[in-house]
Design a binder for this molecule. Structure first.
Ligand code: PLP
Length: 402
């Protein structure tokens, strides 16, 4: 097929959820992808924070082939045992915050959050959940109800009852919002979709303490931040161990998989039949996740990501001084980075100029341009991507929007 045919078929037969870029991608390698006409692009989005060790990584290809030749889905699914699942559980226990050693699998981040809320209600016997303004927790009806952004939430009525919202980063308001009706607080350690916002130091520890004092469970949503996206394996600080932690995206480098981990104390209050799912811990997904996590461990991804993130922020900081009227902020943690532009039109123009330079970035929250490439991006590839972004900003500064 040529790109034009692919685009016509997708436009004709898919609902209008996405404002799509008219580019049809056939293959990738590391941070580079190619379209149907053989045009080459740099992917600074990692497929929305997913392809943690790059496209078509040989370790993933080998795991897919090996496990694919053995078994994809067990007889009786989760009711039988799988060495791939057991290997993944062992690996996860080695990288998760201490104490989170009971784990179950899902197909996506929204499902992991959904399950965490459902089980927190069961465990506490309470109903309400406190979430943060600006948060994003997924697209199921319960997770749009938990999402602190009106544009994702308010058109879907009735929403799941019981959600309350507090400003992100504000412990005093959170303290006032907690009462004996609150089953859980759900929070991202860095808000990704909300515009790459890092909370003040000590925030998560404070949230954990408040939850503890009020008998509510703390659910940390690490769907976007997990698996070294911000540097460490998880962005949750060691002094803020949650009761439940949710994961997806980078866990299996592009193979759809999610998971939630909990403490033994939470797990003890759960019973046979409380949760399940057809694919929960499917051997193929588990084998791919093992390959990804092993690679991240063996190549010291936390150190690599911290180094690349520092280099990127030094470069991006220059843009603030170079174009003070256009670049209003640069921020991020590890390889979850954002350039904030003066307004939405400027951000859209910068993203378009990047694409004209064969570089994918993601416009975020209107005014932001997010950069979140594969964690294996080399210094040269990162410099090339940032140069394209800087050229795009310069072009916008010189043009009619600038
Ligand atoms: N939670 C966070 C923090 C996310 O960033 C996302 C997706 O962007 C989700 C949950 C939803 O994950 P999924 O799209 O896999 O359902």
């Amino acid at each position: 097929m040529a790109s034009a045919q692919t685009i016509d078929v997708e436009n004709a037969h898919m609902p209008p959820f996405f404002a799509k870029t008219p580019i049809s991608i056939v293959r990738g390698e590391g941070v580079v992808v190619w379209d149907e006409e053989g045009e080459r692009y740099l992917d600074l989005t990692a497929g929305w924070g997913v392809t943690s060790i790059g496209h078509a990584h040989p370790a993933i290809v080998a795991a897919l082939a090996e496990q694919g030749g053995l078994i994809l889905q067990n007889p009786d699914s989760g009711l039988t045992y799988s060495p791939a699942r057991a290997r993944l559980l062992t690996l996860l226990c080695g990288v998760l915050p201490a104490g989170l050693d009971r784990i179950f699998f899902t197909n996506s981040g929204a499902e992991a959050n959904d399950a965490a809320v459902k089980l927190a209600r069961k465990v506490t016997g309470r109903r309400d959940v406190v979430a943060c303004e600006g948060s994003f927790h997924g697209r199921t009806i319960s997770m749009v109800s938990a999402t602190g952004q009106a544009r994702h939430r308010d058109k879907f009525v009735p929403q799941m009852p019981g959600y309350r919202f507090v400003p992100y980063g504000d412990l005093a308001v959170l303290a006032g919002a907690l009462d004996p009706g609150v089953a859980a607080v759900i929070v991202e350690p860095v808000q990704g979709e909300g515009g790459v916002h890092c909370p003040p130091d000590g925030y998560l520890r404070g949230v954990a303490e408040l939850c503890h004092q009020n008998g509510a469970l703390l659910i940390v949503d690490e769907v976007q931040t997990g698996f070294c996206r911000t540097g460490p394996f998880f962005a949750t600080p060691s002094d803020a161990t949650p009761d439940l932690l949710t994961m997806a995206k980078g866990i299996a480098g592009g193979f759809p998989l999610g998971a939630f981990a909990m403490t033994e104390a939470v797990s003890r209050k759960l019973e046979l039949g409380d949760h399940g799912g057809t694919y929960c811990g499917n051997p193929l997904a588990c084998a791919v996740a093992c390959a990804v996590i092993s690679y991240l461990i063996e190549h010291d991804a936390p150190a690599l990501v911290a180094a690349r993130g520092r280099e990127a922020l030094v470069e991006m900081d220059r843009w603030r001084t170079a174009w003070p009227d256009l670049v209003t902020d640069v921020r991020g943690a590890g390889l979850l980075l954002l350039v904030e532009l003066r307004d939405e039109a400027a951000a859209a123009a910068v993203a378009a100029e990047c694409l004209a330079r064969k570089t994918f970035v993601r416009q975020t929250q209107g005014v932001g341009v997010r950069v979140f490439p594969a964690l294996t991006i080399t210094p040269a590839e990162l410099a090339q991507g940032l140069a394209a972004l800087a050229e795009a900003i310069a072009a916008v500064a010189a043009g009619p929007v600038g």
